[in-house]
Write a protein that binds this ligand. Structure first.
Ligand SMILES: Cc1cc2nc3c(=O)[nH]c(=O)nc-3n(C[C@H](O)[C@H](O)[C@H](O)COP(=O)(O)OP(=O)(O)OC[C@H]3O[C@@H](n4cnc5c(N)ncnc54)[C@H](O)[C@@H]3O)c2cc1C
Length: 489
């Protein structure tokens, strides 16, 4: 019997097999599946940052293995997706293609163009939602306008939520049998090995801390979720703000790369709530944070330039002072002299992650104490976070700056000393990432310059030598920021 014509399965930010509508639909055709991924760095798409590239490499490796167990290969390509995707489909003679929808303007434009091209050639194009609980256009206010404020958005989203049943990963996903000769090579399409995508850092290999902390891939994501529900969720509502506790899920990068779906998280949470295993306060608070992710995608969809343009245009009138390069460098390296900020920035550098509360403090410090444009901070996070996300990162930076939707007001200026004392009360978080302050008395750990000379000496701290003097004085910086932002009124 002759083999059915294959179907193509294009993986993007959806690197999993379970609860993955595109995978499920491709498998349901019963046809052989040609699975592929394209690393597109040539067509004006925003290039991934270093930490995300590291994550992507490992996530693709995990997916390749998971597919291989089911009889399928993951073919890797590099180049302009607008040219490559149709050419791949044509060269393997696929009759249909399956993919997960994306919500950035660039991505939507690409997908629309590719879809039109393929349809013209008689290829069926099937897209589905595998990334969000609800797609941006499914949550509409009474006036039909997009939401600008989280609480009514989330209320409406929850009311309209009908999470479909779980889709199991296919047990088998047979690859086309006749592809030994790599037909795409006739079209000068170079399929490549994972190492040739050059996603990992070399000279120097700075990823040791990332390897230690993370297990990218679907299995790693499921393990994190189970561990979180079992161990950390019971303290989530209050504990999530404390930098010295592990009370959050650490699922952000897994979600970013689609190794787990928000629907899986939603169902797991409903199950735990219904069985009485968790306190509804913790479950609801956690789901609301997943809701912020949904809200950020809602914002991105309706404001495609979220990473570069002020959401609140009133902020366009604000002219940022000349960027102080020394201050920026001190912030990036965790050498500002404010221990909670420095600990956060070093956690980021070492692990590709930063605790949410500390992200807010560190971002506020850059924007308001150092008066550096939020876009500069957004770019640094984009390069250094494993979870760097086109919607969450941009929306969060704008939220801190005060220019975003439902944002923290511009006159709210985090005091890094009080924030440190409140959310890292004995300084364990600072001690972990700023070891030169390890022996300092908890009373001074968030304000070493207030410590008596004897205390500093006993702790082995020499300000200006083993640990820097603060780059700006908090009180003076606060006054400067308030005056500058007030001029915008
Ligand atoms: C300046 C700044 C930049 C940020 N950049 C990113 C980013 O690039 N990518 C990213 O995923 N998150 C970003 N966040 C949001 C938040 O800090 C992280 O999602 C969170 O710390 C991830 O840890 P977790 O998975 O343990 O979170 P949990 O508390 O366990 O939350 C569960 C999930 O909800 C989502 N979530 C939680 N908080 C937020 C939020 N405020 N906005 C949107 N989604 C949220 C994430 O997907 C997260 O994994 C940023 C926050 C700030 C203040």
């Amino acid at each position: 019997m002759s083999e059915l014509k294959p179907v193509a399965l294009w993986f993007r930010d959806d690197l999993r097999l379970a609860d993955q509508p595109a995978v499920h639909a491709a498998a349901a055709t019963g046809a052989p599946v040609f699975a592929f991924y394209i690393l597109d760095e040539t067509s004006g798409q925003r290039a991934l940052g270093g930490a995300s590239r590291w994550w992507l490499h490992n996530s693709l490796a995990a997916l390749k293995q998971d597919l291989a167990k089911r009889g399928c290969d993951l073919h890797l390509f590099r180049g302009d997706a607008r040219e490559l995707a149709p050419a791949i489909v044509e060269s393997v003679d696929a009759r249909a293609i399956f993919w997960t929808r994306r919500y950035g303007a660039h991505d939507i434009a690409f997908d629309t163009q590719i879809k039109a091209h393929l349809k013209e050639k008689g290829v069926d194009v099937h897209s589905s939602n595998g990334q969000l609980l609800l797609e941006p256009w499914q949550v509409k206010s009474k006036t039909g306008d997009p939401y600008r404020v989280f609480t009514p958005y989330w209320r409406a989203a929850r009311e309209g939520m009908a999470v479909p049943p779980h889709l199991s990963a296919p047990k088998k996903l047979p690859a086309p049998g006749k592809l030994n000769t790599a037909p795409w090579s006739k079209k000068n399409l170079a399929a490549t090995g994972l190492d040739n995508l050059q996603l990992l850092p070399h000279h120097p290999d700075w990823a040791g801390g990332l390897r230690e902390k993370w297990t990218p891939g679907e299995a790693g994501a499921q393990k994190r979720l189970a561990h979180f529900i079992d161990q950390a969720l019971k303290d989530y509502a209050t504990g999530r703000d404390f930098a010295d506790r592990q009370s959050t899920s650490l699922l952000s990068a897994h979600l970013r790369f689609g190794e787990i779906s928000p629907r899986q998280i939603w169902r797991a949470m409903q199950h735990a709530l219904e069985s009485g295993a968790i306190d509804p306060r913790n479950g609801d608070k956690f789901l609301a944070e997943v809701g912020w992710r949904e809200f950020s995608y809602h914002l991105l969809f309706y404001n495609p330039d979220l990473a570069i343009k002020n959401f609140n245009q009133r902020f366009d009138a604000f002219s940022w002072p000349h960027e102080n390069k020394a201050h920026l460098l001190a912030w990036q390296r965790g050498l500002t002299g404010y221990p909670i900020v420095d600990a956060g920035m070093r956690e980021l550098w070492q692990t590709g992650y930063m605790h949410n509360r500390v992200r807010m403090i560190a971002a506020s410090f850059l924007i308001k104490h150092l008066m550096i444009d939020w876009r500069t901070g957004e770019k640094w996070f984009w390069d250094t976070l494993c979870d760097a996300d086109p919607a969450n990162n941009a929306a969060s930076w704008q939220w801190v700056a005060g220019s975003g939707a439902d944002a923290s007001p511009y006159f709210r200026i985090f005091n890094p000393i009080i924030q440190g004392e409140k959310f890292d009360p004995v300084g364990n978080y600072v001690r972990k990432y700023v070891p030169e302050l390890k022996k300092l008395d908890s009373k001074f750990i968030h304000k070493p310059w207030m410590a008596p000379a004897e205390t500093l000496r006993a702790a082995g701290v020499t300000l200006g030598n083993s640990y820097p003097h603060s780059v700006v004085d908090h009180g003076a910086a606060r006054e400067r920021a308030l005056a500058a932002f007030a001029s915008m009124k």
